[in-house]
Ligand binder design. Structure first.
Ligand code: DGL
Length: 273
């Protein structure tokens, strides 16, 4: 992907997620391209997406993107893995700016990192059922084996701020023990949900311990941030951050503040229909 031609010097990157988790992606993008303006929408009123049907997720994603793009933006990042898994083609068909999901960049990193050719993916129920990571990885290398596991409990633990907490470690262990016993060749693990980069420490530790060797964690937040650098380069200065949320802002600020420094951001409540 090459640098985009724009009529203004500071790009605006619109980022959409089902809630606060996508702030891990916003943070990675803000760190990688601090000169870009960020406009973030968290659809907190309708969260979680991960347990909904694909049809519902597509409908929600289209409505959220439409609202977010009422003001001009130079790219739309679908930070939510669930929405990226189900709704990306529909969003790309409707808007002419670059619309990027997190699945493909994560898949690319995982394929590049794996030496055994066996990749694990963890995400929501909908992301796992969609087989989006299987498809994206299969397009890159047909010889790679993919094993995906839904680990929905981890979302709540991340929102609680229990990033490296004994309860989180126990939950990761309960999920991973039976799973990794059947997939001992996994050497690369995709954190296929917005919240999971915050839990990288216990996830990496437990996976490495159970497999008896270091496991590479692929964080789709960092992967998409690298794509933004490719698109926009490094504009000078510091951009503004605007946050939109569909449910009350108090909880958004309290929980979201664990993922992104929200003190000096412009926050606004919006309604989606
Ligand atoms: N943002 C979702 C994802 O990355 C996790 C939370 C949800 O289920 O809505 O898949």
């Amino acid at each position: 992907m090459s640098l985009l031609t724009r009529t203004h010097s500071r790009p605006t990157i619109a980022i959409f997620d089902s809630g606060v988790g996508g702030l891990t992606v916003a943070r990675a993008v803000a760190d990688a391209v601090p000169g870009a303006n960020l406009r973030y929408l968290g659809d907190t009123a309708r969260l979680p997406y991960g347990t909904k049907s694909a049809r519902t997720v597509v409908r929600y994603a289209v409505q959220a993107a439409a609202l977010l793009l009422e003001q001009p933006a130079d790219a739309l990042v679908v930070a939510c893995n669930t929405a990226s898994s189900c709704a990306l083609p529909e969003l790309q068909a409707r808007w002419s700016i670059p619309v990027l999901g997190v699945v493909e960049p994560g898949a690319r990193r995982a394929v590049a990192a794996s030496k055994t050719g066996h990749i694990g993916v963890i995400g929501t129920e909908r992301t796992v059922q969609s087989r989006a990571y299987h498809d994206a990885i299969g397009e890159l290398d047909l010889n790679v084996t993919v094993d995906a596991l839904a680990t929905p409990l981890l979302v709540g633990l991340a929102e609680e701020g229990w990033f490296d907490h004994p309860v989180t470690e126990a939950a990761v262990r309960a999920y991973f023990e039976p799973w990794l016993a059947q997939a001992p060749d996994i050497d690369t693990l995709v954190l296929g949900c917005t919240h999971y980069p915050a839990l990288a420490a216990p996830i990496g530790r437990v996976a490495s311990e159970l497999l008896g060797r270091p496991v590479t964690l692929v964080d789709s937040a960092t992967a998409i941030a690298a794509e933004m650098v490719q698109l926009f380069g490094q504009p000078e200065g510091r951009g503004a951050v605007q946050i939109l949320a569909t449910d009350e802002l108090e909880r958004f600020a309290r929980v979201g503040g664990r993922f992104f420094p929200l003190e000096s951001t412009d926050m606004k409540h919006v309604e989606l229909r």
